[in-house]
Design a protein around this ligand. Sequence first.
Ligand SMILES: [Cu+2]
Length: 500
Amino acid sequence: MRKQTAVTLLAISILLLAVVSFVLVRQIDTGTSGLFPSQSGRMPEMGMNPNMGMGGEVTTELVTSTEKEKELALPPLLEGTLSPDGSISYTIVAQEGSTQLKEGNPTQTYGYNGSLLGPVIRIRSGQKVNIQTENSMDVSTSFHWHGLKVPSKVDGGPHNPIEPGEAANLQFTVNQGASTLWFHPHAEGIAGEQVYEGLAGLIYIEDENSDTLPLPKEYGINDFPVVIQDRFFERDNQLDYARAYNPDGIYGDTLVVNGTINSYIEVKNEKVRLRLLNGSNARNYQFRLSDNSTFYQIASDGGFLNEPIPMENLQLVPGERAEIIVDLSSYSTGEKIKLMEEDVPVLALTITEETTEEPSSLPTTLNIISKGDDTGNPDKVITFSGMGHMVAIDGKRFDMERVDLRAKVGTTEVWEIDNAPDMMGGMIHPFHLHGVQFKVISRNGNAPPANEQGWKDTIALYPDDSVRIEVTFPEKGIFMYHCHILEHEDNGMMGQVLVE
Ligand SMILES: [Cu+2]
């Protein structure tokens, strides 16, 4: 008996020693605290920290980078091949590479048609599109078109893996209006790691409305893609998914925008359009301008809002997009204004030239989207619950062989999505639905905020939230709905709806 106690005590001591040395090594490695992160700052107005981890502790905090300021990398605009019938063809190759992200060692990364992230694919409403997708990596992947209204065999969910060395040709017709969408891997259980290591690209849909609206639209001059991600670099500048892993989502301490750390753009003192994508695995952002001035949101996930929405703060959860206009007409050459996440700079806008154009006002009407009908009862109720490895939808984990919901193509339904709080307070889950753009018709019985009254494919669910959306699937097939914290998705916080 005494011997047993001694052995137990010894085992506990060894375990404690291991935990303490792990935390110490981690702190020396990173300069941030590992097990007991500080609680300073970062308590936004919604009454809870939007980046709460397991047990309610604040996850890895962002720090202001000490890297030299660099001009923002602009993803190349992918050249397509136009056919006489008006269709356009693109090739997208998922590949391995290495990228100079920080001073010192280059970082091993993944990219589409390059070593990191991907090009911008530009397509037009009504156009026939062919995309040749190829996997030149040595791991399985898939190509998911986040926000695109396409048949499920094109959607690139876990049912459509592309194995190493394999390729697939996708064909679809663009069936939606001007918008900023994105593409990323969605293969079962490995989406988080592949996005973290660099796989993400943008899709721009343009139409007659976006052609004619007087908005900034010169790529890289006054219209910028802004893909915001957080990463955790090891001492040798590598990304180590396994070491950074947290079942409630990976958080990095370093902001990387289009693959650039500490980035700036040089602009004239005119209106500048930023197409923001929260491409992070798990982090929620609260954006503002460094002088707290007003900016205007003109588009949500699925396209233009009905009118520009003036705002001082903008929250984006993982997967969400927003296009904003920053009006620099009251600034002069040499001045700098920064897009901030709380107190950490995201992107500096440096004014290097005075514009010769007359300042114009923003159009008052951008789009015509009718309000959804919130008078009926929901056709479906979906409940998100849990944290870490215990996440579930309607009490279940994802099973590729199980159909969770059924819907009729072209039929409008109301879905209520609930985020059940738990004893530890719960956490924000971003809800994403494939193959469709939906309308938010109410949040906890109230009208949604103005910037959610447009087309959406991803929404924040706060603990205890009950959000109703209006959904009309345009295509048949099997579509995913899931939490867009990629580690939750990979842990099985996902269901599937069969549209017939
Ligand atoms: Cu989640």
